[in-house]
Design a protein around this ligand. Structure first.
Ligand code: ZN
Length: 265
């Protein structure tokens, strides 16, 4: 796991698996964690890593969307309450146990052992956050922006005083736009257009997967992703993939996207 300080109040850890990112954030005596690394040793190391960075104890876990690989913060901070966008709260309610099942399938496949099953806590302790909206931390406020399209739920978190955008599964340098089962290419495009003015102001953009980007690089990826999605909607399978993201794995995601777009028409 790589950890990078992007601001005095924000540290980003990038998991050794899928390069899933996790952002620790502090304001005064309060600290939050947004999303999570994937591997057990990484989750176990997080509390001491943040203590070394002189962060206060993490008192809240925010998640950008309900995909299981972003939901594992409880393994690191078992008592911290979960804050999720309303759209994610609805998804967790509508698909009870889905994250746990998918985590188990992943762990079985890769021989990963965890200290116990994933506990997301009781639904009544999960805070459903209105998005668009604000979320207080210490004496500061985070801006929450809707970010659907990859999935049917999601939010991007704008940290105004640090000029950092934590956007969930968008703007990845390693993954093409992925329209998952209940996602939508048109909603994805709308999210990218919504994020564009934030990217323009950002010193750093933290994608759900991949290394932290500076604003210029993130804007370039945003342009590539808009072009890919527009081509996907117009030309389906013939849409060219962004130059730096054409591996076999990305071609499989593209094939999946082609099926989703065809099914949505
Ligand atoms: Zn993800």
């Amino acid at each position: 796991m790589r950890a990078v300080g992007v601001h005095a109040d924000a540290v980003v850890a990038v998991s050794g698996f899928w390069q899933t990112t996790s952002t620790a954030l502090r304001a005064g005596e309060e600290a939050f964690l947004i999303d999570s690394p994937v591997l057990p040793a990484e989750l176990e190391a997080l509390p001491s890593l943040l203590a070394q960075a002189a962060f206060p104890q993490v008192q809240g876990l925010l998640v950008t969307h309900a995909d299981w690989d972003h939901l594992l913060g409880r393994y690191a901070f078992p008592d911290a309450p979960l804050g999720v966008p309303e759209s994610t709260a609805a998804r967790l309610r509508n698909e009870p146990g889905a994250a746990q099942r998918e985590l188990r399938a992943f762990d079985d496949e890769h021989y990963v052992e965890r200290p116990g099953p994933l506990s997301l806590g009781r639904p009544e302790t999960t805070q459903a956050l209105p998005v668009p909206g604000h979320c207080g931390i210490g004496e500061r406020e985070l801006e929450l922006h809707p970010a659907d399209g990859h999935t049917e739920d999601g939010m991007a978190v704008w940290i105004p005083w640090a000029r950092v955008l934590v956007c969930g599964d968008y703007l990845s340098p390693v993954e093409i736009p992925w329209i998952s089962e209940h996602g939508s290419a048109t909603a994805y495009l709308a999210t990218l257009r919504r994020l564009a003015p934030l990217v323009e102001q950002a010193d750093h953009v933290v994608p759900g997967h991949g290394a932290v980007l500076d604003g210029t690089r993130a804007a370039a990826i945003l342009g590539e992703d808009v072009a890919y999605l527009e081509a996907l909607l117009e030309r389906g399978a013939d849409a060219p993939l962004p130059l730096a993201r054409r591996s076999g794995a990305q071609r499989r995601i593209h094939a999946e996207n082609v099926g989703r777009v065809a099914a949505a028409v």
